[in-house]
Design a protein around this ligand. Structure first.
Ligand code: GLA
Length: 408
């Protein structure tokens, strides 16, 4: 009998449907600037909507002869998210503080050239396998696969050319009741970066009129493969370029985490956070314990760069749960993260080293942002006690994450 893995359910004619969507999408894809459509806007409770939610697009340059578009999603409250077809990158997220002042809370670049020249996964879709695979090797159905070693002796975020470095097809999703949605699609060929199986992938970004950015991931394959998709937005709730996130308060519904070796590969242990700098079960400033030299884990990560095991009623549970909340006490901006995934990588921007200048003209230094990447655990293909990341041809991979913004 087939075992149904976390977030992997039996397929129901998905491939045919997906192919039609991709073809239809390609036919109706907009070229050049313009408003695609104004979606139906439902006013948020208690809010006075300024306008109908909308999606517009503009050309954003070229990569290897392919044109890239930048889409602007605006909701009825004026919250705005910019997403480009290169890497499905979220370039900016403009949200109000408690006084209604807008700021862009996502790190990034002003131009496509800067993204292409090399960047630490700002805002992108990460795949085919987000996070690390030990020594770039895994076995599936008796065959060993070798991936690019692009992170010391390991594979990180899909390999040399992961999903973050391709131009995706884009279509607006019609008839969204409470906002607007953009669907990005691509076909990852059999053997791309040495992963088996042709994978049809789509990622839908929805901006709701209640200030939520929802990301729905969907994939199917024609051969058994592995998959672990996430988004790598670097957040600073005080606004990108405003300095350290050390005072921003993080709470995670995670009683356990997966400790790592010095190359950031999990040891296989599921360890309690209680009594360690990894205990965020109650809201704690990100910077409070980040220099705790008595913790080997903190020194391995140069701060936080660890997978947290989200508390769930059972290991097989894939219901949408609240993973955690981050609050910036100064601005009052708050972000709640909800997900169907079993884990979340908390990365405290340890490799930002002052060599990148953001769109506001400010340099990004270590600890100037955090990422909270919802995911299956790192190195799952080599860790039998972790939830599986194998996707079979008769299954569908689905995953949903919501970043919900409010103020306090
Ligand atoms: C992930 C990894 C980090 C780092 C960043 C990108 O969060 O876990 O170690 O590679 O991506 O710089």
């Amino acid at each position: 009998m087939m075992r149904i893995a976390l977030g992997r359910s039996p397929k129901s004619g998905g491939v045919t449907l997906l192919v039609s969507v991709v073809i239809l999408g390609a036919l109706i894809m907009s070229s050049g600037a313009g408003t695609l459509a104004a979606a139906q806007a439902t006013p948020a409770a208690g809010a006075t909507p300024a306008a109908a939610a909308s999606i517009t697009s503009e050309p954003f340059g070229d990569v290897e002869g392919q044109s890239v578009d930048l889409y602007t999603l605006t909701n009825a409250n004026g919250m705005e998210v910019k997403i480009m077809t290169y890497g499905g990158i979220v370039q900016s997220i403009n949200v109000p503080d408690r006084d209604g002042q807008m700021a862009n809370v996502a790190l990034g670049f002003a131009t496509l050239e800067e993204y292409v020249a090399g960047n630490p996964y700002f805002g992108c879709i990460v795949g085919r396998y987000g996070n690390r695979i030990a020594r770039g090797t895994f076995s599936l159905d008796g065959k060993t696969y070798r991936l690019a070693l692009n992170n010391g002796e390991n594979t990180l975020h899909g390999g040399e050319k992961g999903f973050d470095k391709f131009v995706w097809g884009a279509t607006q999703v019609p008839d969204i009741q409470n906002g607007v949605a953009l669907k990005l699609s691509r076909v990852s060929p059999d053997g791309e970066e040495n992963y088996p199986g042709t994978m049809m992938v789509d990622v839908t970004y929805t901006l709701t009129n209640t200030n939520e950015l929802q990301i729905d991931y969907h994939a199917t394959t024609d051969k058994a493969t592995i998959v672990n998709l996430t988004n790598h937005t670097y957040f600073n709730l005080a606004g990108e370029g405003s300095g350290t996130v050390a005072n921003q308060q993080l709470q995670l519904n995670a009683s356990n985490y997966t400790p790592v070796d010095e190359t950031l590969i999990p040891t296989g242990e599921i360890a309690p956070v209680a009594g360690t700098p990894f205990d965020f079960t109650t809201a704690t400033a990100i910077g409070d314990r980040i220099r705790d030299g008595s913790s080997e884990q903190i020194t391995f990560g140069r701060g936080y760069d660890h997978n947290f095991v989200l508390d769930r009623p059972s290991p097989d549970d894939t219901s949408m749960i609240v993973a955690g909340t981050v609050t910036d006490p100064e601005s009052g901006r708050t972000m709640e993260i909800r997900t169907t995934e079993p884990g979340i990588q908390f990365y405290s921007g340890n490799f930002l080293d002052g060599t990148i200048t953001g769109p506001s003209g400010k340099v990004y230094r270590q600890g100037d942002a955090f990422a909270l990447e919802t995911q299956h655990y790192p190195d799952s293909p080599n860790q039998p006690n972790f939830p599986t990341t194998v996707l079979q041809p008769d299954q569908e991979y689905t995953s949903t994450t919501v970043y919900a913004f409010s103020t306090s």
